[in-house]
Structure formats: structure tokens, C-alpha cells
Design a protein around this ligand. Sequence first.
Ligand code: FES
Length: 578
Amino acid sequence: MATDRPKLRSQGWFAQPTYESLTHRAAIRAEGFTPEVFQNRPVIGICNSWSELNHCNLHLRTVAEAVKRGVWAAGGFPLEFPTISLGEIYMKPTTMLYRNLMAMDVEESIRANPLDGVVLLCGCDKTTPAQIMGAASADLPAIMVTGGPQLNGRWGDKEIGAGTDGRKLYDLYRTGRIDDEQLCEIEGGIYRSAGHCNVMGTASTMTSLAEALGMTLPGCASIPAPDSRRQAMAEQSGRRIVEAVWEDLRPSRILTRAALENAITVDMALGGSTNAVVHLIAIAGRLGIDLKLAEFDVISRRTPFLANVKPSGQYLMEDFFYAGGLPALMKEILPLLHGGALTITGKTVAENVTTAVCHNREVIRAASHPLHPEGGTVVLHGNLAPHGAVLKQTAASAHLLQHRGKAYVFEDYQQMRAQIDSDDLPVEAGTVLVMKNCGPKGAPGFPEWGHIPMPRVLLNRGVADMVRISDARMSGTSFGTVVLHMAPESAIGGPLAVVETGDEISLDVAARRVELCVPAGEMERRLAAFRPAPPKYQRGYGKLFLDHIMQADQGCDFDFLRAVGTPAVDPAAVGTPK
Ligand code: FES
């Protein structure tokens, strides 16, 4: 009954006996709407990250039209609004510099306007966590409609994945095994449609985790961007958000600790991007949930890796969708999930996936026949990373998972770029490449520079992988034995800052350790002499970022954006090994 329904927030704008309310109504009528549309109907904001500067999200205005159909059909009133968009391809120095800015844009746009609920349209990597973070803090009923992955890339008769195969093919070009004409063909076929990257990179990971968190309708994440079923999913989501408003189903009821643990479990079964660790901790912080880096490793150890999708597997996202998509994978690991967690459907996770079917066991493995017995991402500690580091073990080389070698150190990204193709770079297959000053404050912005390219001298000798260590992130489309997110970062005096060329470094993934092998007291002596570089920004958003950004193990949110009452993070002295 309508009388049992909650009072609509939007009526505070539109249904008051005041001059201001008259202007609010008049402003809507200036857009050509009749008075009926805002009389006791849920006003649904469609928060759109569409941009021609972001090819992954290029189709989201079409998706928005389908959402609107659903909102109208369910008795709501849709109003689309833009926010900044974060396109991985163009934004420099890195979209991660702006994730929190977008989250603030989303949160304040929702809060400031006459909205009762919101539909979040996302796709490219950071647009998904930024919208969830903003919506979680605003806490109005919200549903997410992801843009979906691109079609599989093609080069001749080969299927190629964005990023993953692009890097491999470019290495062939660097070493003269692909010519200019072939490179041009690859350029025309690697991104064949709108939609986000078609491997299990950060975008596919985060859109899948949005679904695992319960913020989308079941099956949303995996539908390819150009598939007509994405439009149908959008229309259905538009209908559902109107119901969710009447049910007062807010993110705070969905984004619980159980939901976050579900997302981590799904991430591990997907072999998902290492970036998910940072984003999930940040989302948790918005909800006052103290999610620890170590919890990812606990869940990783008990979760089998099932999604045979690049960069950790063989197939692409289109294949994953045809195999049954995320619901089929979630059904497979249901015993490891909190099946009773509430989702935006109003039903539980278990209820949502109960009818899911797997159509291809080569793409989505059975839990009894996994690709790897553990999850994709592992968390490392040691005297080089007292607050933690991450590595994607499923995309690493088995022979390097236990390794000891001499470091070759790049002081920063620029030095690495200048030297990496030198014919006289003094490196061997067993060398450990170390790159400093690429963390949240160091770069600044925590760019995806951690996948240090293989030195050309080694590529020419047929060496395809080596241990690489930095305080940067890595694109989810990347692969290799790459240790990332070293915390605390070198720019603020984390232990990575004092590694010198020739030092021995030990990596033991099974033991979850990464160690600098120097005599007792040597690291402390070097750290005592450490002096930070002057800040790279003196004003504007860059200064705000440097003043408030938290470290990788804390999710890289701004300290003032976490929920009030979120437990304080570990204040252990920077650079002091535990
Ligand atoms: Fe947008 Fe990869 S570039 S998802």
C-alpha cells in the first residue's frame, strides 16, 4: 500500500509550501516535464561516467536510456547526471590519482540533489570502486549497472586480449619479431568495441566484485558491452532501483563484512587483479569496517582458482560469459561464501545463484578440479614490506616463486624507462629488478608501473620473466613474477628506499616472505640516513592528495573520507620492520 511507503527524500525539494519548492518544480518543468512526474514518484539519479575520453565507457549513454525505460515502467522519474570519468588509457600520471576525487564527486552529487535512489554506470577500472565508495558514503538506495567487457580482440585468426596480449605482442615488436605493418593490424583489432578490457583485468575484476558484493543484478558483470542482453539488464536494473527505494534498501544494508568477504573470495576464484585489494579495503573503510590485508591471504589459501581467463588463464571475458559468467562461478564456490548475505535484488547471494549453470568446464572449472588450489593473489610480508605487499601467483612463473637473486635498482620510473632497453644493462635471468618511488606519495598517485618491462637484453636471450619488485601497482591485465604495493612505500622511508644494486633479495611465495638479505643492523643504518624528496605538489588537488592519501595496505583513500569511527590504522613507525 502506498500509505505504508517511506516518505520520499525528493519531496523535500518538490512538495513544500515554499518559494524554493516552486523554483524546484519550475526548474524540472523547464526541462519539458509535466508536474505529474515528480509528484510522489521516486526520483532516480543515473550517475553516468560516460566520456569520449574513456572508450571503455563510451556506450553508457545508450545504457542509461535503457535504465530510464525501466525506471519509468516501475513508476519512477529518472534524471541522468555526469561525473568525472576515469579512462585508464589517457589519464596521466594515473587514474588512481583521481579515484578518490571521483568518489567525492559521486558522493556529493548524490547527496546534494533531490534524489531518492541512484543507478551507477561504470566500466573502466577505477570508475567502479569510485562509484561504490561514493554511493556507500552517501547511503541512498543504489544499484550498479556495469558497462560490460569488450568483444574478444582479433588479429588474423588469433583471439587477443587487451593489455595481456598487447604487451606480449609489443615485446615481439621490440625485438624485431613483428613488423610495423603487423603492429598496425594489431592496433586495429585489439579493442573491437566499446566496453572495458576483455581479460580478467582490474575492470572485469571490479565489476565482478560489484556483483559479488550484491550491488548489481545477478549476471550483470559478464555480459559483453555490445550484447543486447546488457540493455535488457539495464532496463531491469532501472525497474529494480524503484522497488529498492520503496524498500529503503540502502548500501549500508548490503555492503557488510560478509559481503566484503564474499568479494574477496570471488576475487581469489577469479584470479582477479591485485588492484582489488586496494579498492576493497577502501570500500570497507567507507563503511567503518576494518578490513586487514592479512585477511586476503587467509581467504586466498582456502579458495581455489577457477576462472580460466587471461592473464592468469587462457580465455577472454566473452568466453567467460558464454560459460555461464559470474553466477556460475559463484555457485561453484557457494560453500565458501556467506550465502545469506543480502543483495540489491532483495534476495540472498545463495538465492541469486541457485539456478546458475556452467556451460563450459574448461573456462569455469569445478571446485574439485581447479586451475590452482589457492586463490590468485597472495600477501607477502618481510623486512622489505613490514606492512605488506601483494603478488598474483597465478600469473607468475612457477620457477620464480622461490628465488634469491641480486638486486638491480632503478631509483624511479624515469630512470627505468631510460635504461631498460640498454644493450649493456648488467642484468641476468636471476637478477631481481627493483624500482623505487612509485607508491601513493612517491609517483605521486600510485601508478600501474609495477610491471617493469623485461630488459631487451634478456628478451633477446629468450628470458620471458624475472622477479620484479616495486611499491607501484600493476595493471590487472599484466602478468609475471611481480611483487607490488610494497608498504610502507619508499618515498616516505619504507625499507624499499634503502635497497642498493648488488644486495641480495629473497622471495618465498609459499612462506609469504620477501626479504632484503643484509647483515643485522645494516637496514637500520641505511634507514637512519634516509631523507624524503620535497613534495611534488604545492597546491590544488595534488596537494590535497599528498596531505591525505593513505598507504596501499590501508586502501589509499583519503583519511578524512573514511567512515567516522572506522578503527585507526596501525600507526607503527614507518620503515621499522616488525
Ligand atoms: Fe578501460 Fe582497460 S582501459 S578497462
